[in-house]
Ligand binder design. Structure first.
Ligand code: FAD
Length: 117
């Protein structure tokens, strides 16, 4: 199956951006409901992601590395390491997860994107 690699890559970049920003905006001290919501979100996302091959692989990764939801920091570092697993499989360079805060800005007009502050 050839597919359209450009469209698939575009979809991937958009999806990763949303996912990373979501974890970087997750509460520092999440309620049990916040935690359940994030966990469900990732499982539903992995079921519905439009690239079937990607979705199947991501579901396996989630089984092996279940979402970490105890804090903003644990959630964002968990997702960063999962993205690195996908990078590795696709022959892409490893991303330095210590630069997450500097890399991502949601443009949301307030000051709550940082994992460290
Ligand atoms: P991307 O991997 O899209 O990353 C975008 C940007 O995010 C990078 O430029 C960098 O600034 C930053 N970044 C990179 N690594 C990290 C990290 N670890 N943490 C935080 N930020 C980071 N494609 C396939 O061909 N086969 C697949 O099986 C497949 N599975 C996927 C599964 C999921 C859940 C998703 C969201 C995408 C998947 N993709 C897959 C798409 C693939 O991961 C890339 O998005 C796509 O190839 C474009 O790659 P890119 O080099 O532009 O960077």
């Amino acid at each position: 199956h050839l597919g359209n690699a450009t469209a698939k890559a575009e979809l991937g970049r958009a999806a990763w951006r949303v996912l990373h920003l979501m974890t970087l905006r997750f509460p520092d001290k999440p309620t049990p409901d916040d935690r359940e919501t994030l966990k469900s979100y990732f499982h539903l996302f992995a079921r519905l992601y439009p690239c079937g091959e990607c979705a199947a692989h991501f579901q396996k990764l989630l089984k092996e590395y279940p979402p970490q939801t105890s804090s903003r920091k644990s959630a964002s570092l968990w997702l960063c390491s999962l993205h690195n697993k996908v990078n590795e499989r696709l022959g892409k360079p490893e991303f330095d997860c210590l630069t997450l805060d500097a890399t991502y800005d949601c443009g949301c007009g307030d000051n709550s994107t940082n994992t460290t502050t």
